[in-house]
Design a protein around this ligand. Structure first.
Ligand SMILES: Nc1ncnc2c1ncn2[C@@H]1O[C@H](COP(=O)(O)OP(=O)(O)OP(=O)(O)O)[C@@H](O)[C@H]1O
Length: 288
């Protein structure tokens, strides 16, 4: 469905994306990566808001450069987006629908009411957006992205800042949306990928460090995850990204460690999680 070939984007001297190639089918595809890895840059290119320096993208066989053909098939929820606080949910969605070229009022009305129901905001249809919680705003954001029934939905870090209940609700909404379209979800939150995506790519410093199934990503930490009880000095000797979790015990800290080498002393190898796989892969490349 989406074929990304040798995509490069430079902002003056800084190269944010370098030679990125990916194939995304009709599926829910996750994009992981630390801060500054280039996720937003890639998403903005796919949403036709940025022009790549080099490379090409085709969606459903249409070249991304063909803006007139490509725009109607894309729905985009940016990381930060502006909602008009004085408008009601209905007024806002009607405004976006008009912007998307939906000219028939009856068609707009029908789709808006359907989407408000999908995102569970029917009872807030006539409430002003300024009264909405963060989760309600994100759900309204998804509704605006789904106006026009796009074949590709691009969502950039949509669950950051949501409470656990809203995050689960939002993930379910994305899962539901992915039944009939391609969804590309960018996030830092490994649990979001785990619960929703069939495949994932990891960007690191603008390059594809990994692309494959969740099981394959998990396997990147095979033989590199350990549980060990560490004293204060041993604990301090590890790099921050190597200790995934630590719990105080009577004698020190019981730590989960992602490391190429077996920790000294009493340590036992443990089965990696998806997060371990991600951490083993990006390791010291993390900038945050
Ligand atoms: N308009 C710009 N001009 C110059 N540099 C930019 C611009 N936009 C992004 N960058 C740089 O490009 C790199 C990639 O940024 P991008 O926002 O795509 O990363 P990201 O993976 O989405 O990060 P985050 O998770 O923090 O949102 C960063 O080093 C960033 O500082």
């Amino acid at each position: 469905m989406i074929e990304i070939r040798n995509l490069t984007k430079s902002y003056k001297k800084h190269t944010a994306l370098q030679d990125v190639s990916l194939d995304i089918k009709q599926e829910m595809f996750g994009l992981l990566g630390p801060n500054g890895a280039g996720k937003t840059t890639l998403m903005r290119i796919l949403a036709t808001l940025l022009t790549p320096t080099k490379g090409s993208v085709r969606m459903g066989g249409i070249d991304l450069a063909d803006a007139e053909q490509i725009r109607p098939i894309i729905g985009y929820l940016p990381q930060y987006f502006h909602l008009y606080p004085q408008l009601t949910a209905l007024e806002f969605l009607d405004y976006v629908a008009v912007m998307k070229g939906m000219n028939r009022p009856s068609e707009r009305r029908e789709q808006i009411l359907y989407l408000l129901e999908q995102v569970n905001l029917t009872d807030k249809a006539r409430a002003k957006i300024r009264t909405f919680s963060g989760g309600m705003k994100q759900r309204l954001g998804i509704a605006q992205a789904l106006l026009g029934d796009p074949r590709v939905l691009i969502v950039d870090e949509p669950t950051a800042g949501l409470d656990p209940e809203e995050r689960v609700r939002f993930r379910n909404l994305l899962n539901q949306s992915s039944l009939s379209r391609t969804v590309l979800l960018s996030t830092h939150i490994v649990a979001d990928i785990e619960s929703s995506c069939s495949r994932v790519a990891v960007l690191s410093r603008g390059q594809v460090a990994f692309a494959g199934s969740l099981t394959e990503l998990q396997a990147c930490a095979e033989g590199k995850v350990w549980e060990a009880e560490l004293g204060e000095r041993e604990f301090a000797a590890y790099k921050p990204h190597e200790i995934v979790s630590a719990r105080r015990t009577g004698h020190g800290m019981l730590c989960r460690i992602v490391s190429e080498s077996r920790p000294a002393g009493d340590s036992i190898p443990v089965r990696p999680t998806l997060e371990d796989g991600y951490l083993a892969l990006i390791g010291g490349d993390r900038r945050d």
